[in-house]
Design a protein around this ligand. Structure first.
Ligand code: NAD
Ligand code: WQD
Length: 349
């Protein structure tokens, strides 16, 4: 029997790539998304890429905070597991609008868990983040490191992790995997799906991509006095297709193993500086990226990268791609879709 997976936030960046890998892996998928930060076109493209598997995908436009609508969905369809991506993720916005983040991320998740419990669907994979390590005192970050939050967005991830642990402790039928992503970048190698942030991008790669296609004049490099090989910040960039495959590995674990609530880092275990990333992207795109050196960005950590041992050992998963492939696929997506899924006219930048 084919397993039926509910993917919340499945029209978004990581969700669309994971949905594709699920379909290709023989799963049935229902995407639920309010399309607040995504386009239905992403789902159409996923269908095209999934070819003969496309009939196993459907999308429902629902906001997780609309509990009645979520209940309706579960009363129509039996789900074997849920992968929960849906949430707001812009750090700066979360500082300006904390209540929006608590409302959307926390209430959406609590509704989802309540409805899952009511319908006896108690297998969950949740999108957590390396942001829960705060400013790590050492690297690589292992799953046992102390947790902290540097902003309201990070606090929603921390709270949701704790909520999941409480729910599982209260009812041993629950099996939950919390995945802490490091820095997802790149795109599907076809160049048909990728990241399409609204407004001015907050993150390095989407910003650099917009410089390369001529939408922005230069990249600002935040901080040149860090204690790193070239003075710029170090992060663990991971190809989004590797990340998507990590979700299939987590699902397989949920279906096969006897587990309670487990947490895994999804990263490559390698640290890369901002300037190394710029050089790799220039090589992949053949474009010069003008840079302006600036002060550190408030709240930024110096060096963050993952210990990948636990995921390798227990999920039998490891990242395959390096930064050259990440930049190649990012550029392939950018050059084919310089305005993402939209036209230049309806972009709000
Ligand atoms: P994204 O914004 O592209 O995707 C999130 C999707 O969720 C969007 O399609 C959005 O429309 C939808 N959504 C948001 N709130 C919703 C709600 N209340 N009801 C229904 N749908 C809703 O983001 P992404 O980069 O694909 O991230 C996916 C998840 O992974 C998020 O939870 C994010 O916090 C987490 N994460 C992302 C990163 C990253 O750097 N991209 C790193 C660590 C963790
Ligand atoms: C990477 C490096 C910047 C932009 C954020 C969230 C985190 C997680 C992933 C969701 C840093 C530098 C960036 C720019 C720059 N998301 N940079 N110029 O900060 O590691 O993490 O995304 O969970 O919660 O905080 O990623 O891509 O913003 O920055 O120099 O225009 O690039 O200073 O060293 P970050 P990032």
């Amino acid at each position: 029997m084919m397993k039926n997976i509910l993917v919340t936030g499945g029209a978004g960046y990581i969700g669309s790539h994971t949905t594709l890998q699920l379909l290709l892996g023989g799963f049935k998928v229902v995407v639920v998304d309010n399309l607040d930060n995504s386009s239905e076109l992403a789902i159409q493209r996923v269908k095209e890429l999934a070819a003969e598997f496309s009939s196993n995908l459907s999308i429902v436009k629902v906001d997780l905070r609309d509990k009645l609508a979520v209940e309706k969905l579960f009363s129509w369809t039996k789900f074997d597991a849920v992968i929960h991506f849906a949430g707001l993720k812009a750090v700066g916005e979360s500082v300006q609008k904390p209540l929006l983040y608590y409302n959307n991320n926390i209430i959406g998740t609590v509704n989802l868990l309540e409805v899952m419990s009511l319908h006896g669907c108690k297998r969950l994979v949740f999108s957590s983040s390396a942001t829960v390590y705060g400013w790590p005192k050492e690297v690589p970050c292992t799953e046992e490191f102390p947790l902290s939050a540097a902003n309201p967005y990070g606090r929603t991830k921390l709270f949701i992790e704790e909520i999941c642990r409480d729910v599982q402790r209260s009812d041993a039928e629950w099996k939950i995997i919390l995945l802490r992503y490091f820095n997802p970048v790149g795109a599907h190698p076809s160049g048909h799906i990728g990241e399409d942030p609204r407004g001015i991008p907050n993150n390095l790669m989407p910003f650099m991509q917009q410089v390369a296609v001529g939408r922005r004049p230069h990249l600002t490099v935040y901080g040149t006095d860090y204690n790193t090989k070239d003075g710029t910040g170090v992060r663990d960039y991971i190809h989004v297709v590797d990340l998507a495959d990590g979700h299939i590995a987590a699902l397989n674990k949920l279906f096969k193993a006897n587990l309670a609530c487990e947490v895994y880092n999804l990263g490559t275990g390698k640290g890369t500086t901002v300037l190394e990333m710029v050089a790799a992207f220039e090589k992949a795109s053949g474009k010069k990226i003008p840079i302006v050196m600036a002060e550190r960005r408030p709240g930024d950590a110096e060096i963050v990268y993952a210990s990948t041992e636990k995921a390798e050992r227990e999920l039998n998963w490891r990242a395959k791609y390096g930064i050259d492939e990440m930049c190649r696929d990012q550029w392939n997506w950018a050059s084919k879709n310089p305005y993402g899924y939209g036209s230049p006219d309806n972009k709000d930048d």
